[in-house]
Each structure stands twice: as structure tokens, then as C-alpha cells.
Design a protein around this ligand. Sequence first.
Ligand code: SER
Length: 318
Amino acid sequence: MRKVLVIGAGGQIGTELVLRLREKLGSENAIAADVKADCPPSLKDGPFVQLDALDREAVRNFIIDQKITEVYLLAALLSATAEKKPDFAWKLNMEGLFTILDLAKEGHLKKIFWPSSIAVFGPTTPKDNTPQRTIMEPSTVYGISKQAGERWCEYYHDKFCVDVRSIRYPGLISYTTLPGGGTTDYAVDIFYQAKLGNKFSCFLEKDTRLPMMFMEDAIRATLDLMEAPAENIGIRSSYNLAGCDFTPEEIADEIKVHIPEFEIGYNADYRQAIAESWPSSIDDSHARQDWGWKEEFNLKDLVNVMLNNVNVDLLTQH
Ligand code: SER
């Protein structure tokens, strides 16, 4: 019997992941948790609890009392925000992970999902088709926290048999919840401005290529990884995962196929250096071999679905 807790359920990944887990396991078996007191409207038909990932005792008590078997720990500061609040980013991104890893080590949890990121790579990493195992010298607070987290996940698996699984997500594109604080978020904002008929000012240069993925692919990958037999999981740090990759100019050109009058301008800021330190494209052959990963959405598909579904009212609700 699986009973899962999604911590950080109000975020970009959490809102969609909880819905899919509820479809699979029944609403009562997929509990949403977030630091914000209000349950996101789309998750109101199932259990919700206010939990601060940094409140170790509260998280421990809830997981033990509710006999949770599986945790998805999504609470984190993303790359751009983490550069502005480095102390807090390190604290949030690491302490929450130890709380959950320790619960699993003590036998209270059967399985953990913890997201890593393409941010674990750095300026010295080979940029094209970046391999699973390569030079990793991340230059952002976020990347350093994710790399350290990956090392701890593998350590807890190897030393204490903790069944922890992870994906190095690329930039995630979705329309149900606005992302916050990421360097790849321009590729979500662009759709809102295109729908509003505004000229889009991009904070990255036009030829900055980054790995990206449509959220539906990311959720399917997460569920597949978590359901794969343990013996198939050859990587206990975190799996490289690729969807598609594109530059701001390429996504703008694809939007223009649908909205010919759409305009984009380029005003790079501090996020340009972050983006330049990351890969352009990812080799995900381990995920393909170990648990059958295959992406479904390319740039064309993603632009199509986004333009049909983004709701500009979300901008005023936040
Ligand atoms: N999308 C994330 C970011 O830009 C990368 O993990 O911070």
C-alpha cells in the first residue's frame, strides 16, 4: 500500500505531480504539503497539510503518524533566487533532504524522490550532449546544493540501503502554475507575453541554448522512475534526462508561426552567466536503458500546447 507525501506541492512540479499521484493511488493516498497555509485551488479535492520543510520535528511527526511510505521532496529555492539568498537556499535545499533521508534510514519510509537539476554542471563541463558522468564544477549556490544533495543521496543508498531516486530536470515548461526564480523560466513567461500581445523582453541572449522539457514528460518520467524495479535503478545520485533543447530565438520563431506579429527583444542580466555555465544538451542514455525513458514533446509540440492553454489571468492572481 503506497501513501505518498509531496512536500512543496504548491510549486510548478508539485501541483501537477499531486494530481497524477491522486489519479493513480486515490486522493486519500496522495497528501499535498506546502509551507503556504492555503491549499492550491487545484489540489482542494484531496488532503493538504501546511508543513515547513525546515521544521524537522513537524515533518518527522507527520510522516511517522500518518504512516507515509513515500516522499517527494520538492521544496527548494531555484537558481536565480538562490543567488540572491545564498544562506537560506543552502539551508532549505540541504536540511530538508537530511530530514527525509534520515527517516528512510530509520525505516519510516520505503522510497524517496528528490529532484536534482542540470545546474549540477558548470562552466568546465562539456556543453553538448553532456554525459551522465563528467566534470561537475557548478558555479551557482543552487548547483552546489544539488550536487551535494546528489552525493548524499548516493551515500545513503550505498551505506544505509535507502531507496532514493532522482532526476536532473532540465528547464520545465508548464501552464498550470507559474514557475518562480529559475533561469529557464523565460521559456514560460514568453507564452504569457505572446498571448497578451506584448513584446517580450528576454533576460537571456538570443543564442543561449538550454535543455528543456514539457511538464507532462517530466511528470511521466518521475512516476516511471519511482515505479521501476529497484534493481533497474543503476544510478543513485541522479539521472540525466533530456526532452528538447532550444534558444530564445528558436522558441520565439516557433511562437511566430502561430502569432506572426509576436516580437522579442534581448536584455541579458545576471542570469545569462548562470545559463552559460549549464549544458546546451543532455545525454540521457542511462535513463533510456535503465527504466525505458523516452520523451514525447519536442519544441513544436510544446509551443502548440502552451499557446492553447496558458491562462493570462494567472499573472494577476500572483
Ligand atoms: N529550471 C531550474 C532553474 O532555472 C533548473 O533546475 O533554476
